[in-house]
Ligand binder design. Sequence first.
Ligand code: UD1
Ligand code: UDP
Length: 362
Amino acid sequence: MIAIVLGTRPEIIKMSPVIRECERRGMDYFILHTGQHYSYEMDRVFFEELELPEAKFNLDAGSGSHGVQTARILEGIEHVLLREDPDIVLVQGDTNTVMAAALAAVKLHIPVGHVEAGLRSFDHTMPEEINRIVADHVSDVLFAPTRVARTNLLREGIPEERIQVTGNTIVDAVFQNLEVSERRTNALELLGLEPDEYLLCTAHRAENVDSRMKLEGILHGLSRIRSEYSLPVVFPVHPRTRERIMDFNLSLDGIQTIDPLGYLEFLQLERHACLILTDSGGVQEEACILHVPCITLRENTERPETLEVGSNLLVGTDEVRIVEGVEKMLNKEREWVHPFGDGMAGKRIVEIIRNSSIFSSR
Ligand code: UD1
Ligand code: UDP
């Protein structure tokens, strides 16, 4: 029995190909939702649009400081694992949900599988970097999306036989939903946008939006792009960012802010944007997969493959550098080959779990 743990927007999206594959094969599995994300547009909308089965458990952990949130999840997961005794716990990515679930499982001697293992920004001030390192080092099977991720793990002394390069499940998610998104949604029309004639922005990293200076730099950059290029800038605003904009009383002049979108709507906006600005991990990957140039509002990235293929540029949060970045990337040739795999990662992961010998010791 596989326990699939998820708790936030990106985990629901990136686990969806694994869940679909478990369904297709009739595997014995259940979904445990930690409730780290709970607002309709950060959670339920994805279950509905991606037609995912309901979670068997929801811990309703909700928001809180790192200590409080992690502790609630840890306690709740331990309780469920003791009762259900699954053969493996599967986690995805780098959130507090992931670290707490991996820790709870390993202490109960339940094997852990980490999807999207081995990503490193080498920036220990990011909570995600700590979560990734902890999850990787307690995992029994590490599903590295690329060879770069595999190399990171080997350098940290993780035994080679634990690592499997599978591709990133985000490619599966994009391929599985792109056509449906074109058929079922008319996000562009609803927002009054023309294909290739707008920029799309997302920003939610704590180190960016919890800093007045950085968030203001981003918003000023967006306003300047709007006035210098006469192109609309659409910004679906993450709840953390929405709160900080209000706390800091910042101006959104010239920026078309909207609520966070469902996956089908957001994919459509990404696909037809002339440029994407983001500090999101998943959005950097999707821009690369969809051949849309990307500007990353950070000084580092745990997705260096995107810099290597030329789909992405790091500019930080200074308004001048943001505008210069737009100038550089707007007319970028879109010929790159994306490095994230063939869209079969979910199938590979489930196949590896099925054939794995890690359960034999239990
Ligand atoms: C979390 C992850 C981050 C991931 C992001 C995906 C950690 C440490 N951070 O960041 O790695 O990139 O999710 O989006 O795990 N809120 C709502 N509704 C919700 C969820 C959150 O209003 O459904 C608000 C609350 O005010 C909350 C704040 O957003 O305090 C932050 O939520 P939290 O889950 O702590 O972190 P994220 O910034 O979402
Ligand atoms: N996304 C979405 N609606 C939005 C913004 C993002 O569906 O309004 C999707 C996006 O396509 C990507 C994922 O959310 O697959 C990224 O999540 P997020 O940026 O919250 O987290 P990160 O990837 O940085 O951990």
